[in-house]
Ligand binder design. Sequence first.
Ligand code: ZN
Length: 403
Amino acid sequence: MEHKELSVSYYNFLPEVRMLMELPGDVIIHDTTLREGEQTAGVVYKPEDKLYIAKLLDEVGIQQIEAGFPAASKGEREALKMIVREGLNAKIFGFARAVKSDIDAVADVGAYGLVMSFPPSDIQLKYKLKISREEYYNRAVELVEYAKSRGLYITFSAEDSTRADFNFLIKVFNGIIDAGCDRLRVVDTLGCIHPTAMKFLIKRIRESLKKKVPIEVHCHNDHGLAVANTLAAVEAGAEVLSTSVLGLGERCGLAPTEEVIVALKNLYGLGNFRTEKLYKLCKEVERITGFIIPPHKPVVGVNAFAHASGIHQHAVLENPICYEPYPPEMVGQFRRIVIGKLSGKHAIKAKLAELGISATEEEVSKIVELVKSVSEERKSPLSDKEFIEIVEKVKESPLTTRC
Ligand code: ZN
């Protein structure tokens, strides 16, 4: 059952397919589990939780951590200071609205970088900010200059970029780059663009900038396309990806960090992350936030490497590449052979071997029968304990097992 291979579609790497992309040389994950993640309904971190999660992100090799919104509260400022003091490899960013006091709060906690959120779309200008495009432009330029004077690396987060007028967006981007902005964040705040349009948008932005700066994307998942849109942006040359562990965030959340990292590695050959630490990171975030990982969640769900049907189990026991695109160990996961009504002889034998139990062919046949009938009646798979009880019944003697 050894599985060391990556066995994804060869189409991904065909030269004629790669020619359709303008992939960056490298990618930066800018993780916002600690900022946007806390905007998940029901999630509140203690400062020590934040520090612990920051350390786990750092262990994975995530290059940038958006650690919080220091203007929001004293606790938030303390948490950011603690994380900055820890001296992690990851660069620490603080979030701010487009006001000087928020920028000061980020500078005062000693963060390396600022993420300043300021929405240029007409909808947000009219209903949220209640200012004109001209006022917006002037304030954006002034605040970027101010943030620069405070020594911060500036990411300008153009909230709701995907609904903003393109010409105005480019005017703003070119203006703030002149004022010292280091990076532009294209934000699909409502998760309302599709991958082809995202690719088009990033490409057009890159072509329209007077001076090249890195492009970051922040994709929400309202249409279930956050990961697809993030990767579409990478295909158009975006170098920085704003993601969160388990996709935590407002409403339907964001592109999940773990899914983006694994897709970059396996499907594009990008990134250099310690993927084997992803499972622990996600399980710890689950424990701390109380946000339960759905069983069929890619990468870290309990079913991500579980095989339930006898046909799949047989094949996986011969060679896992039949039904696993990459080995579970790559992300710190485990393979699970689900023992239940769909299990055949091969799976039962593998389970017996796993538990260190020997059985004759005749006994195996009887165990298969009993497993099927119990599971069918119960309408669920069997635990190891229940499986052993069936084996004992067939063998008519109690067992000493490794279980
Ligand atoms: Zn967001």
